[in-house]
Design a protein around this ligand. Structure first.
Ligand code: C2E
Ligand code: MG
Ligand code: MG
Ligand code: MG
Length: 285
């Protein structure tokens, strides 16, 4: 790479220079081409029932296999894609891939029940006029029922959202698509505001899960999670927890009444076949 970049030989031996070479600018200009070249891929992280640990679906998490820099996580390029608007075609690609994958899992697991798929949406996708029609087309083309899809929107994207912003989400929710409020608890949103949102799932942010790591768990975190779960359930919302890394956390969150979970304790994000194996293991008992 150093050679093709102009023969600066120092770059090869200097890791800091190498890191600097991965500039925002360089990545930003490479993004559109990367989509055309098929450099993005998706890892799937299982979502499990806290009660019995069985897999009921997965979250799609996009990665970029950069030809020089290797695998880059979404935190490195999603903000850039949002800034340039590439997030709209990239997000559509993720949705199409993930929905197709969910359909393929369903076909392989006809006897173990439907596999659900969670896909993250950027705020820019919410304001894009094609969101509803693209989603409908993608579901129809794949033959996936709308209620097998969950779109994750961060709490902060919906803070102060007006009716125009909520309209496409309402349409999708009416069709049966679940809307989840991602990273819940970090955005200081008015809890009463929840009633207004077309949301059916709260995804409790990882920071709460971290409070359950030590034994006994942080008593303040326990109280907060207990409160959120009871509020959520009284509004008919399901509660998912993210970032579960230990069995103790899982047990604590189960006792607190959380419904589903996701985290390294169950499985790291991985290729689609890995999910198939996990679901199959469940089916065998
Ligand atoms: P998120 O939606 O909150 O996804 C959860 C993140 O937590 C993922 O990071 C996942 O790999 C990580 N994680 C899962 N279990 C554990 C655990 O037990 N411990 C710890 N420490 N981390 C865990 P990832 O894959 O790096 O994604 C980061 C964020 O990038 C996502 O946060 C999401 O906001 C965004 N993102 C990912 N894919 C997409 C996409 O297709 N579109 C959009 N717009 N955003 C995406
Ligand atoms: Mg998410
Ligand atoms: Mg999240
Ligand atoms: Mg998060």
């Amino acid at each position: 790479r150093a050679k093709s970049a102009g023969g600066n030989r120092f770059e090869v031996a200097d890791p800091e220079a190498d890191a600097r070479a991965i500039t925002r600018h360089g990545l930003t200009t490479a993004l559109p081409m990367a989509l055309d070249r098929g450099e993005f891929f998706i890892e799937y992280q299982p979502l499990v029932h806290l009660g019995d640990g069985t897999v009921h679906g997965a979250e799609a998490l996009v990665r970029w296999l950069h030809p020089q820099h290797g695998v880059l996580g979404p935190d490195r390029f999603i903000p850039l894609a949002e800034h340039t608007g590439l997030i709209v075609p990239l997000g559509r690609w993720v949705l199409e891939e993930a929905v197709g994958q969910a359909r393929a899992w369903q076909e392989r697991h006809a006897r173990t029940g439907p596999m659900r798929i969670n896909v993250n949406l950027s705020p820019c996708q919410l304001t894009h006029p094609g969101l509803v029609s693209d989603t409908v087309d993608i579901l129809e083309d794949a033959g996936l029922e709308p209620d097998a899809l969950c779109l994750e929107v961060t709490e902060s994207a919906l803070i102060g959202a007006d009716d125009d912003l909520l309209k496409p989400l309402r349409r999708l929710a009416e069709m049966g698509v679940d809307i989840a409020l991602d990273d819940f608890g970090t955005g200081y949103s008015n809890l009463a505001n929840l009633r207004r949102l077309p949301v059916s799932i709260l995804k409790l942010d990882r920071s709460f899960t971290q409070g359950m790591q030590q034994y006994p768990a942080d008593p303040v975190d326990l109280k907060i999670v207990e409160g959120i779960v009871s509020l959520a359930h009284s509004l008919d919302l399901a509660v998912t927890v993210e970032g579960v890394e230990t069995g103790a956390q899982a047990e604590q969150l189960r006792i607190l009444g959380c419904d589903t979970a996701q985290g390294w304790y169950y499985a790291r994000p991985g290729p689609p076949d890995r999910l198939h194996e996990l679901a199959l293991a469940d089916a065998r008992g």
